[in-house]
Design a protein around this ligand. Structure first.
Ligand code: ADP
Length: 389
C-alpha cells in the first residue's frame, strides 16, 4: 500500500512517497522554481506535478498512479470549517479557495497542487490535511481577539494557529516516549523552524497557540516579527510613507532574526554572534526571551505541565537556544541537564535535569509522516462510511 504526500507551495511541489504498514519512505523530492523563467523550470503546477509522477514511475517507486492508496495534501489554512482532515471534493476546493484572504501566500499554491493531482489521478482518494485543524479545539477566550464582536461575525477575524500537524505529531510522540496516553498529558510544544510557534496542549488538545489569524503573531521567527504593538504598523505608515502591502512585507519578510541582525538562518546568527557581532547576540537574546515568555504564559494556562517539547530545525538542534529558553525556571519545575542537552542525538529524547517535575523533550518533527498517517485514517474512515467499493 503506497501513499503520496504533497506539499504544494506557490513555486514548488515537495513530495514524499510512503509504503504504509510498516511505514517507510520509498522516494522523496522537490520540484521547485515552478513558473519561473528559464528553460528547465516547470511552466506551471500541472507540469510540476507531471515531473513528480515521472520521477515516481521512472525510479520504479510506483507502477502507475492508479495504484496509489491515496494522496495527502498539506493545506495551510482551513479556517473554522476544518477541524480534521477531509476527503477532497468540490465543496472542499471551494472552502480552501474561500480561505485565501487569510493565507494569500500559501492557500493558492496548496489549491493548485490539489487541482492538478485530482485532474491527473481522478480515481485516487485525496485528502486535505490542514495546519490549522489541530488548534480548532481552542476555547473562545483563547481564540478571540478583543475587537468589536461584529468583526468576528462578519469576517471571522480570530486566532487560528498553524504548524498544527507538527504540534500534533510531537505531542503524540511525546506520549509514546513517556509511556502515557496522549489524553493524559499537558504539554507545551515549541516548533522552532524558519517559522516558529508555541502551543499549550491540555490532555491531548490544543488550548492555545502563539500564531494568530495569520502566521505572523507570536514568537520571533527567521523573517517575521511575531508579537508587536498593533499600533506600530500605523506609526510606520505615517513615519515612512509605506503602504499596507509594503508594511505587511516588512513584518513578514524583513523582520525577525533577519531584521534584528541581518541573518535569518539561526546557524549564521550564531556564527556572527561568536565573531563578536552584537546585533546577532541581541537577536539570540530576544529570540530566547520571547520563548521564555510563552513558556511562562502557557505554564499559567495549563496549571500543571508534564513536558516541554522542542522541535523544528532550531528546537531539535540548537542546544544554546534550549538552554537559554529554559534557564532559571527551577521554580516552575523546569531545568535542562547540560550534558543531555548538549548531546547531538537525532533520536527523540529527554533532556531535563534529574528530579525535575517537568520533562524537557527534544523530538524531531515529521509533518509529512503525520500527513500520511492522517490521510490513511481519513480514507479508511470514509471507505468504512461508504461501505466497500
Ligand atoms: P522550516 O520551518 O523551513 O521547515 P526548519 O525546521 O528546517 O525550517 O528550521 C530551519 C532553522 O533551523 C534555520 O534557522 C536553521 O538555521 C536552523 N538550524 C538547523 N540546524 C541547526 C543547528 N544545528 N543549530 C542551530 N540551528 C539550526
Amino acid at each position: 500500500m503506497k501513499l503520496l504526500v504533497l506539499n504544494s507551495g506557490s513555486s514548488s511541489i515537495k513530495y514524499r512517497l510512503f509504503r504504509m504498514e510498516p511505514i517507510s519512505v520509498l522516494r522523496a523530492g522537490v520540484v521547485d522554481r515552478i513558473g519561473e523563467p528559464g528553460p528547465s523550470a516547470a511552466r506551471d503546477h500541472g507540469e510540476g506535478f507531471g515531473r513528480v509522477m515521472a520521477d515516481l514511475s521512472d525510479s520504479g517507486a510506483i507502477g502507475d498512479a492508479a495504484s496509489l492508496f491515496g494522496i495527502g495534501h498539506r493545506v495551510v489554512h482551513g479556517g473554522e470549517r476544518f477541524r480534521e482532515p477531509v476527503r477532497v471534493d468540490h465543496g472542499t476546493l471551494d472552502a480552501i479557495r474561500a480561505m485565501i484572504p487569510f493565507a494569500p501566500l500559501h492557500n493558492p499554491g496548496n489549491l493548485q497542487g490539489i487541482e492538478v493531482a485530482l485532474a491527473t489521478c481522478p480515481g485516487v482518494p485525496q485528502v486535505a490535511v490542514f495546519d490549522t485543524a489541530f488548534h480548532q479545539t481552542m476555547p473562545p477566550r483563547a481564540f478571540h481577539y478583543a475587537l468589536p464582536r461584529d468583526l468576528y461575525d462578519a469576517h471571522r477575524v480570530r486566532r487560528y494557529g498553524f504548524h498544527g500537524t507538527s504540534h500534533a505529531y510531537v505531542a503524540r510522540r511525546a506520549a509514546e516516549l513517556l509511556g502515557k496516553p496522549p489524553g493524559s498529558l499537558n504539554l507545551i510544544t515549541l516548533h522552532l523552524g524558519n517559522g516558529a510557534s508555541a502551543a499549550a496542549i491540555r490532555e491531548g488538545k490544543s488550548v492555545d497557540t502563539s500564531m494568530g489569524m495569520t502566521p505572523l503573531e507570536g514568537l520571533i521567527m527567521g523573517t517575521r516579527c511575531g508579537d508587536l504593538d498593533p499600533a506600530v504598523p500605523f506609526f510606520l505608515a505615517a513615519a515612512t510613507g509605506k503602504d499596507p502591502g509594503e508594511i505587511q512585507a516588512l513584518l513578514n519578510e524583513e523582520s525577525g532574526l533577519k531584521g534584528i541582525c541581518g541573518a535569518n538562518d539561526m546557524r549564521e546568527v550564531h556564527r556572527r554572534a561568536a565573531g563578536g557581532d552584537s546585533s546577532a547576540s541581541l537577536a539570540i537574546d530576544m529570540y530566547c526571551y520571547r520563548i521564555r515568555k510563552y513558556i511562562g504564559a502557557y505554564t499559567a494556562v495549563l496549571g500543571r505541565v508534564d513536558a516541554l517539547v522542542f522541535t523544528g530545525g532550531i528546537g531539535e538542534n540548537d542546544a544554546e537556544v534550549r538552554r537559554r529558553a529554559c534557564g532559571g525556571m527551577e521554580r516552575l519545575g523546569i531545568a535542562v541537564d547540560e550534558a543531555r542537552n548538549g548531546s547531538p542525538s537525532r533520536e527523540p529524547r529527554e533532556i531535563q535535569r534529574g528530579g525535575m517535575p517537568v520533562k524537557v523533550l527534544v523530538i524531531p518533527t515529521d509533518e509529512e509522516l503525520e500527513i500520511a498517517l492522517q490521510t490513511v485514517a481519513c480514507i479508511r474512515k470514509s471507505i468504512g462510511a461508504e461501505g466497500p467499493r
